[in-house]
Design a protein around this ligand. Structure first.
Ligand code: CP3
Length: 357
């Protein structure tokens, strides 16, 4: 049994209900900028070893909540666990990021892909969700997540990170049916993965479309947005307060806020290259917004951070009829390992203080 939620600001803001102050959490809030994370990692060995061990994943998920007054926890895991479970063989090379042993390079490889079994192939993720819910004991809600089909396909086809996305864009041009076939299987896997996290106890779900912004508008709509729409439509999320909210985050996808808001997702996450004023006008009350402080603001002084937090709050209100409701404060993308934890405390406290109703 789990305790009732003691802090529901985040879930209320996603439903555009009134809150006492604006909720805040940070993408990559658990990670290498925290000395306690580095200590756990030194003991546990590798990042993947940490993610695949539910006790360690739970410990690391809770670390930022012990230091900062954050309004949500996010499962410690990675978006690439899904292609890993599909047999691609995920590994990390220090300083080079994620790689796959068996990237998808031809139609024959696409044809072999299947939706992995959630409990046998990804049971460690569901075990972590269950354990974190128990340990959180109602302190704040837990966010589960997945990569978007397009973003996962980028890694699956490129075999790792990429600068130009040459292979996947060549596939989009030369073999669009093969790419759609891959995106369809991955979408089925994402829907099953998010549903399983929700069943295990995740109280909100976020899809990371980190590479949506590398596409031009026509290709974005064909190869990314179409599948985000399918995810929003097929995750049956209950009614009213029981509804598990869905957030669609995209990097470089601010120009599509009105289309993303029409998907039925409760929240749209944007990076810092669009003003929240413009994003809020585009969302037009159909979805809550999440974001969008430039993460490098954390390299500024405490005074600069406080000032920039104030600007983000004001910008949101300016596009939302003067009201702060319906905003979840976040960075426009994830934190970096060289950021100062003391500055995170300044940010979190500034959000709560400056937005107090
Ligand atoms: O937000 C959180 O605190 C939750 C944990 C989380 C991680 N990865 C932990 C992690 C989440 C939500 C992710 C998602 C993820 N992973 C994305 C989408 C979000 C985004 O940032 O755009 C992407 C593209 C990945 C793929 C990935 N995994 C990359 C590019 C890297 C960085 C590699 C490197 O060497 O910097 C990872 C590894 C990773 N995922 C780390 C963490 C804390 C670093 C692990 C370590 O070295 O200890």
């Amino acid at each position: 049994m789990t305790s009732p939620l003691r802090n529901d600001r985040f879930l209320r803001a996603l439903r555009r209900e009134p809150v006492d102050c604006t909720p805040v959490w940070l993408m990559r809030q658990a990670g290498r900028y925290l000395p306690e994370y580095r200590a756990t990692r030194a003991r546990a060995g590798s990042f993947l070893g940490m993610a695949k061990n539910p006790e360690v994943a739970c410990e690391v998920t809770l670390q930022p909540l012990e230091r900062f007054d954050l309004d949500a926890a996010i499962l410690f895991s990675d978006i690439l666990t899904v292609p890993d479970a599909m047999g691609l063989g995920l590994y990390f090379v220090d300083g080079e990021g994620p790689k796959f042993k068996h990237p998808i390079r031809d139609v024959a490889a696409v044809d072999k892909l299947a939706v992995p079994d959630m409990e046998s192939e990804l049971g460690y993720v569901m075990d972590a969700v269950r354990l974190i819910r128990r340990e959180l004991d109602g302190k704040v809600p837990l966010i589960g997540f997945s990569g978007s089909p397009w973003t996962l396909a980028c890694y699956m086809i490129e075999g790792g990170g990429s600068k130009d996305f040459a292979r996947i864009k060549a596939m989009a041009l030369n073999e669009p049916q093969a790419l759609h076939k891959l995106l369809n299987v991955v979408t089925d896997a994402v829907i099953a993965y998010l549903s399983a996290q929700r069943a295990a106890g995740a109280q909100a779900l976020q899809v990371f479309d980190t590479w949506g912004g590398v596409l031009g508008p026509a290709m974005y709509r064909e190869f990314s947005l179409r599948y985000l729409n399918r995810i929003a439509a097929e995750l049956k999320r209950g009614e009213g307060a029981d509804r598990t909210p869905l957030i669609l985050f995209g990097k470089g996808t601010g120009q599509y806020v009105s289309e993303l808001a029409a998907s039925g997702a409760e929240g749209i996450g944007v990076d810092w290259t669009i003003s929240l004023e413009d994003a809020a006008r585009a969302a037009a009350g159909k979805a809550a917004l999440q974001g969008n402080l430039d993460p490098t603001t954390l390299y500024g002084s405490p005074d600069a951070i406080t000032r920039e937090v104030g600007k983000v709050l004001e910008s949101y209100a300016a596009g939302n009829n003067g009201s702060l409701e319906g905003h979840v404060f976040n960075l426009g993308h994830g934190m970096s390992p060289d950021m100062n934890p003391d500055h995170v405390a300044v940010l979190v406290d500034a959000v709560h203080r400056l937005s107090r109703r």
